[in-house]
Write a protein that binds this ligand. Structure first.
Ligand code: ADP
Length: 465
């Protein structure tokens, strides 16, 4: 991969995170589109197949209603005339049990009940039932019937119902009479199993799920290539920018050194300088010193961006001693600013690292704390062990940082407005450098702050051994 070879692990991690975020968003969008599309296809097909089934039930019911009058007539003869006595079997309650259409029509050849033929549709997954006006079941045909009686309210246009795996359509049949059009002759109920339809929809559902998962997987694979290719130009520009920063800082260094050396020579012979120019010379000296610091910071960042951490120069560092020296070094400055500077360091905490770089981390944090804390404030540097890590806290009672500014404070060149008015010479690179160094030592820096109350910077570094 391009960023594996061209970048340091930290930049590499940043690009990896960016690529993973892009990939994840891309995958989510495609999965959402495919999911919605599949759900829509499933709902459409299910709706269509259900409509087809309902239409079929209505059709069978419509063709069966015409037979009701004949069936009723034949059934009445069968149950009332003596010659058919014993032809219709009766239930335990003595009432005739429903017979099939073919059984009904076979009555003309019947001599005894044993001659009743078996319905040719007995194994079917459908059924048609004919009821009389008193809702008594007379005849049925097919192999699938509901065990329940007719619905209590049946509208004129019929009623569709679903019970378990059976869909039914019940329709009242009216006498064709001009005098009393609302006279009910009976009812027809058509039933059909929905098992096949459900199995079909279940198969469709699984096919769509498998399709979505497979396509999403392929999209993820394509996305890896796609994000890699689309990040290539950004990575190239990033590298060019870093190279430019590094080259520009390097080129600025020599003329700056010459300017500072000339100023130092001039300041060492004050008698040769006109008194009116002395103030200007001091300003030039201060500005060139500030510029020199900025160039050094930029060079350091550029170097760290380009080079992987080199642990060969690392040494075992007693962190408590390093911090104590630093606190002692800053004590004069704290006193001048009337700030109470305190340290709470547990002894024997050792880490592996580059001493001068780590010194820079804590110097940046401590000078910030002193810089952004008004007189009579307090700055405390503490050190403790936390599992396999050392935890250094630099705490102050200074101006604090607004919550919306907190995500930016480790950005390069970022400075809060209050900080600009308080400390003009700042560059906004100190925290960026500190964080980069901490990360190159497999650690990190985090912050907690409240505007007007103060800030706490936490540096977490792995303990030696
Ligand atoms: P600089 O201090 O040179 O401006 P830094 O990178 O060290 O740059 O800090 C970036 C910004 O973070 C500062 O400008 C300031 O707004 C804020 N900041 C850093 N440390 C503190 C602190 N201890 N208290 C309040 N604000 C801080």
């Amino acid at each position: 991969m391009v960023w594996d070879t061209d970048l340091t692990p930290i930049s590499n991690r940043r690009f990896h995170n960016l690529r993973n975020r892009l990939l994840f968003s891309y995958f989510l969008i495609i999965a959402a589109i495919l999911g919605t599309f599949s759900a829509a296809v499933y709902l459409l097909v299910a709706h269509d197949r259900n409509q087809q089934l309902d239409a079929h039930l209505r059709q069978v019911a419509a063709s069966s209603t015409g037979m009701l009058e004949i069936i009723q007539h034949e059934y009445e003869e069968l149950t009332t005339e003596d010659k058919y006595k014993g032809y219709v079997p009766t239930g335990s309650d003595g009432m005739p049990v429903p017979i099939t259409l073919s059984q009904l029509m076979g009555k003309y050849q019947a001599e005894s009940a044993s001659q009743i033929a078996v319905s040719p549709l007995a194994a079917s997954h459908q059924g048609v039932e004919w009821y009389d006006a008193q809702r008594r079941l007379m005849v049925r045909e097919g192999g699938l019937f509901l065990q329940t009686s007719l619905a209590s309210e049946i509208p004129q246009h019929g009623i569709l119902m679903q019970a378990g795996n059976i869909r039914s359509f019940t329709k009242p049949v009216y006498a064709v009479s001009t005098t009393n059009p609302a006279q009910i002759l009976g009812y027809v109920r058509v039933t059909e199993s929905t098992v096949t339809l459900e199995a079909e929809l279940h198969r469709l559902q699984w096919s769509l799920v498998v399709g979505v998962v497979t396509v999403s997987g392929l999209v993820a694979l394509g996305g890896i290539w796609f994000t890699r290719e689309s990040l290539k130009p950004i990575l190239q520009s990033f590298n060019q920018l870093k190279q430019f920063t590094s080259d520009a800082s390097h080129e600025l260094r020599n003329p700056l050194t010459a300017i500072r050396a000339s100023i130092a020579v001039m300041q060492s012979h004050p008698e040769r300088i006109h008194p009116a120019d002395m103030e200007k010379l001091i300003s030039i000296a201060s500005a060139s010193a500030q510029m020199s610091r900025l160039v050094d910071d930029l060079l350091l960042l550029a170097r760290m961006d380009r080079q992987a951490p080199d642990q060969s120069g690392w040494q075992r560092i007693a962190l408590d001693e390093l911090l104590e020296d630093l606190v002692d070094f800053c004590r004069d400055r704290a006193e001048q600013s009337q700030i109470f500077l305190k340290s709470q360091l547990i002894p024997g905490v050792e880490i592996n690292g580059d001493a001068s770089q780590l010194q820079q981390v804590f110097t940046n944090l401590l000078t910030n704390a002193l810089q952004y804390t008004p007189s009579n404030g307090t700055v405390i540097v503490s050190l403790q062990r936390m599992g396999t890590h050392a935890l250094v806290t630099v705490q102050d009672t200074g101006i604090g940082i607004a919550p919306e500014q907190l995500p930016h404070i480790f950005d390069r060149f970022w400075r809060a407005d209050q900080a600009r008015s308080r400390y003009e010479e700042g560059s906004g690179l100190g925290l960026a450098i500190a964080k980069t160094i901490a990360q190159r030592h497999q650690g990190d820096i985090t912050v907690q702050s409240e505007l007007g109350e103060g800030s706490r910077f936490y540096v977490k570094l792995p303990l030696a051994g």
